[in-house]
Design a protein around this ligand. Structure first.
Ligand SMILES: N[C@@H](CCC(=O)N[C@@H](CS)C(=O)NCC(=O)O)C(=O)O
Length: 192
């Protein structure tokens, strides 16, 4: 299987962690992919990472479907918790936070005169409003929702230090620190 992605994308990190947790790391070839220069040397016509090409040459999108596919290929009961509505909602909420946080970071890369203050405000507000909701849903097991949450918070650490997400969310900070010890999480830590 070939996973196309970058080392900093939280969506790609979800897939890499899921592959490791499913015991599939040695079956996955990682293809480092740059999407921002529109070179297009990867199979996703939407020009987004991640994408997965199966051993049969099938294209699988997007990160949530790729994670479901990898979980189904491997053997790990906690990953099967992705069938529970609560955990799927947690995963969707964490993915939504990633969408917002990636959009803020991309906007910050545009020339300052072309950045939209209103949109940045709306996105950052959404992130701030979602943090307490996530904290109410901290899972005990390392489920798909937990993996998504680790990646979302890790991305805030990478790109949005200024949001100081730990402040006022001590329980989530402790939860995150404990999960950061896991091999799959430590080994996929994004480069600064
Ligand atoms: N819903 C998609 C989101 C993927 C996504 O937004 N990827 C970002 C990287 S973090 C990307 O490829 N951005 C390139 C662009 O916006 O042109 C998924 O879950 O895979």
């Amino acid at each position: 299987m070939m996973l196309y992605g970058s080392l900093t994308s939280p969506f790609v990190r979800k897939c890499r962690i899921t592959a490791m947790e499913a015991g599939l790391a040695d079956r996955l070839d990682f293809v480092l992919t740059v999407v921002m220069d529109d070179a297009g040397d990867h199979p996703n016509p939407l020009n987004l990472v991640p994408s997965l090409e199966t051993d049969e040459g099938e294209l699988i999108l997007d990160s949530r479907v790729i994670c479901d596919y990898l979980a189904a290929q491997g053997r790990n009961d906690a990953l099967a918790d992705g069938a529970a509505w609560e955990d799927r909602t947690l995963a969707a909420m964490a993915d939504g936070l990633m969408d917002r946080a990636v959009a803020v970071a991309l906007e910050q890369r545009r020339p300052e005169s072309r950045q939209s203050e209103d949109w940045q405000f709306r996105r950052i507000n959404a992130i701030r409003n979602t943090l307490p909701e996530l904290e109410r849903r901290l899972p005990v097991d390392f489920t798909p929702g937990a993996i998504a949450l680790v990646c979302a918070l890790g991305y805030l650490d990478l790109r949005h230090d200024d949001l100081d997400w730990r402040s006022g969310h001590a329980a989530m900070a402790d939860w995150f620190a404990a999960r950061a010890q896991r091999l799959s999480v430590a080994e996929t830590e994004p480069p600064a």
